[in-house]
Design a protein around this ligand. Structure first.
Ligand SMILES: Nc1nc2c(ncn2[C@@H]2O[C@H](COP(=O)(O)OP(=O)(O)OP(=O)(O)O)[C@@H](O)[C@H]2O)c(=O)[nH]1
Ligand SMILES: [Mg+2]
Length: 351
């Protein structure tokens, strides 16, 4: 008889390191003989995160076109499909602009699906540099609202990126574990804590002003793009992604648009590269097959969340993609501001 899987939700602001942590955690679980699966989530389609999760070797489902709270039925259908493979742990990543996850996702799971799933403490990841920015009085009030609410509803707050952080600002939540999803430092300890079973997930609820929440999410522009690139002269995935990311960043910066997270993935038969940037002017992070040989065909995926209008983001993509040295066949393009969240369930008390 299949066992009851534990669902581990990891939230946190855009770019805080959720996917990196979940991919690492899935690998650690596999190494220790457990079966792990992932569920990714986005307001749009063509997700870099889904590719990263699959590339990490995990069985992966995605919920696209809306956040978990607005697509609760799809989330549970995805989890049920994964249960067919008898996972011990299902790792799930809500969208990085989401709040009220406890009332709209965790409590409904506890109340209606508790016979099928165990719920781990809800972890919210925090990028220390971003915390410094978003807790400062000059911060954008919309982004600060999202950030503070995420922390307020966490069962467990974790400072990520401990490998590069110079300081860890005091958080309203008080205690925060420190880890680095990138180096693996502290990840085993975090997993042990969330899988210990001592605490159930969803111990906290927050009050959310849905009108303000909708405005706050809509402060961000979203752009998801997928295309095939055919080159006259073969280039490695790294040679394609590097200049493309630089061009996108340069044009966004020139237009005065602050990047929340820009990620680009290039996949060739010879290998895959993902580069990402969480702030204008930062050094990009590059992962994947850095030594992959040149190839003439690349599949490109770009996901951008930034403080700009969907039209501006689209225009900048058009300009940057024209600079790519080959023929582009577009497969997917959407740019939008997230629409007002309309949760399927909202449970306002904790049993
Ligand atoms: N130095 C360092 N970088 C990290 C760490 N964890 C993640 N990153 C980098 O931070 C960036 C964002 O990581 P993701 O895992 O994509 O973040 P995310 O929270 O899933 O982002 P969204 O899905 O867009 O909300 C990437 O460039 C990662 O390589 C870490 O522990 N240390
Ligand atoms: Mg992610």
């Amino acid at each position: 008889m299949p066992s009851i899987p534990t669902i581990v939700f990891v939230g946190g602001f855009l770019g805080s390191g959720k996917t990196t942590l979940l991919v690492q955690a899935a690998a650690l679980l596999r190494d220790s003989g457990m079966r792990a699966a992932l569920i990714t989530n986005d307001q749009g389609g063509a997700l870099v995160d889904t590719r990263l999760a699959q590339a990490g070797g995990s069985r992966t489902e995605e919920v696209t076109g809306g956040c978990f709270c607005c697509r609760m039925s799809e989330l549970m259908a995805a989890a049920d499909r994964l249960r067919a493979f008898d996972p011990d742990v299902i790792l799930a990543e809500p969208v990085g602009s989401c709040i009220d996850v406890s009332a709209t996702v965790l409590q409904p799971i506890r109340q209606f699906f508790g016979d099928h799933y165990r719920l781990a403490p809800f972890t919210v990841l925090v990028d220390p540099l971003r915390a410094g920015e978003l807790l400062s009085p000059e911060a954008d009030p919309y982004l600060s609202y999202l950030f503070s609410n995420q922390i307020a509803e966490a069962d467990l707050v974790c400072y990520n990126k401990a490998d590069v952080a110079e300081s860890f600002p005091d958080l309203p939540a008080g205690y925060a574990m420190r880890l680095s999803a990138r180096t693996g430092q502290g990840v085993r300890e975090w997993l042990a804590e969330v899988l210990a079973g001592g605490t159930a997930g969803g111990k906290r609820l927050t009050e959310v002003d849905y009108e303000y929440y909708a405005e706050a999410e809509a402060a961000l522009g979203w752009l998801n793009w997928q295309a095939d690139l055919e080159l006259g002269q073969a280039l490695s995935p790294a040679q394609v992604v590097g200049p493309f990311l630089d061009d996108m960043e340069e044009q966004l910066t020139q237009a005065g648009i602050a990047i929340a997270h820009l990620k680009i993935l290039a996949k060739a038969v010879t290998g895959t590269i993902k580069a990402s940037l969480c702030r204008n002017g930062d050094e990009p992070t590059v992962d994947g097959d850095l030594t992959a040989s040149p190839d003439t065909r690349h599949e490109l995926l770009l996901n951008l969340r930034a403080m700009g209008s969907p039209d501006d983001l689209r225009a900048i993509l058009r300009q940057a993609s024209r600079l790519l040295p080959g023929r582009i066949v577009e497969r997917h393009l959407e740019s939008f501001r997230p629409s007002p969240p309309k949760p399927e369930y909202r449970i306002e008390s904790i049993p």
